[in-house]
Design a protein around this ligand. Structure first.
Ligand code: SF4
Ligand code: SF4
Ligand code: FES
Length: 251
């Protein structure tokens, strides 16, 4: 089946294909992502949709293609529809998310083991890695946490968008992404060395060094703001580490 869509400037021919959303059949343009196809079919996203750019992790989708027993997963805003696919959204997965006081926790792996003892239920099946839409080695960051290597776990899990798909397939019933988030928090606050230049800058801000400049921006008219923006000095793309702007008024 074909549908003709008229816009002011052009006519677009799009092929419609059948898909099944929560068991109900719809005909949707073959070029759409699952998210857009659902909206085309009449669904309105109030939850389960955020950035539409593959970053926020709100739009996890579970689907199966005809003639294939495998369950597939993806992000609805990134995955294009396929003929005959059966799908449903998984905007939230009820993973165990512990409450803890980060201030009172040291960089000691035992602290994490105490809060998330299910960590040791991992059977190294690797289902979590296979399902991750961000291609993260989920099993490997879990292994790094079990070994107490929080820096490695932080690096491996850094791109996690908290979609929850890994949890949905875990036979050990681990909340991988919540555990990794706790580990990244500990790494960031207790292990990574403090950035001295950042500390200096915070002190300057607190001392009011930039108050006047902010006030000038807040009271400037649109034309002045545009001019300031267009004429701003930009850091060159290949700037060396010792690059500095011409004026140090805002340093
Ligand atoms: S690690 Fe888990 S929660 Fe994070 S992006 Fe991958 S599947 Fe999603
Ligand atoms: S899916 Fe669960 S049990 Fe399997 S490797 Fe990942 S964390 Fe371990
Ligand atoms: S809407 Fe944010 S990842 Fe899909």
């Amino acid at each position: 089946m074909k549908e003709t869509t008229k816009t002011e400037e052009r006519t677009i021919n799009v092929k419609l294909i059948p898909i099944f959303i929560m068991g109900k059949k719809y005909e949707v343009p073959e070029t759409l992502t699952i998210m857009k196809a659902m909206e085309y079919a009449g669904y309105k996203f109030i939850r389960g949709c955020g950035c539409r750019g593959g970053i926020c992790g709100a739009c996890a989708t579970v689907y199966r293609k005809p003639g294939d027993y495998h369950i597939q997963v993806g992000l609805a805003c990134q995955t294009v529809v396929e003929p005959g696919m059966h799908l449903t959204q998984l905007p939230f997965f009820p993973a165990n998310r512990a409450t803890y006081d980060l201030e009172s926790i040291g960089p000691d792996p035992e602290e994490v083991y105490k809060i998330y003892p299910e960590l040791f239920r991992c059977v190294a099946c690797n289902a979590c890695t296979k399902v991750c839409p961000m291609d993260i080695s989920v099993m490997d960051y879990i292994a790094a946490i079990k070994q107490g290597d929080f820096v490695k776990a932080t690096e491996l899990s850094f791109d996690c968008i908290q979609c929850g798909l890994c949890v949905s397939r875990c036979m050990g019933e681990l909340p991988q992404y919540h555990i990794a988030q706790m580990v990244r928090r500990i790494t960031g606050s207790k292990i990574t060395p403090r950035a001295e230049h950042l500390k200096d800058m915070v002190e300057k801000i607190k001392a009011g060094k930039y108050n006047q400049a902010i006030e000038e921006l807040k009271t400037a008219d649109m034309e002045t703001l545009k001019k300031l923006y267009q004429e701003r000095e930009m850091e060159p793309e290949a700037a060396s580490d010792d690059w500095r702007p011409g004026s140090d008024a805002y340093l």
